[in-house]
Design a protein. Structure first.
Length: 73
């Protein structure tokens, strides 16, 4: 009976170590995914800024064409 308890205890320790390793792997994967989300969000923001700059330049160009002047003069 004592041998069975020791064996059961050893199995529980092994399972605990396996679960700890798995938990670390999950946390690492979650952190990597969060970094990708942040990078993607930053790229989205950059794209919006570029689109806004393009729209602003386009408006400036059309305004200057309407006035018969060159842009930014």
């Amino acid at each position: 009976a004592l041998t069975e308890k020791v064996h059961s205890f050893e199995l529980a320790i092994k399972e605990s170590k396996d679960l700890t390793a798995l938990q670390k792997e999950i946390v690492g994967a979650r952190d990597a995914l969060a970094k990708k989300d942040t990078a993607s969000s930053n790229k989205d923001e950059e794209l919006v800024n570029l689109r806004n700059a393009k729209a602003s330049l386009k408006k400036e160009l059309y305004d200057s064409l309407d006035k018969g002047t060159s842009p930014s003069s």
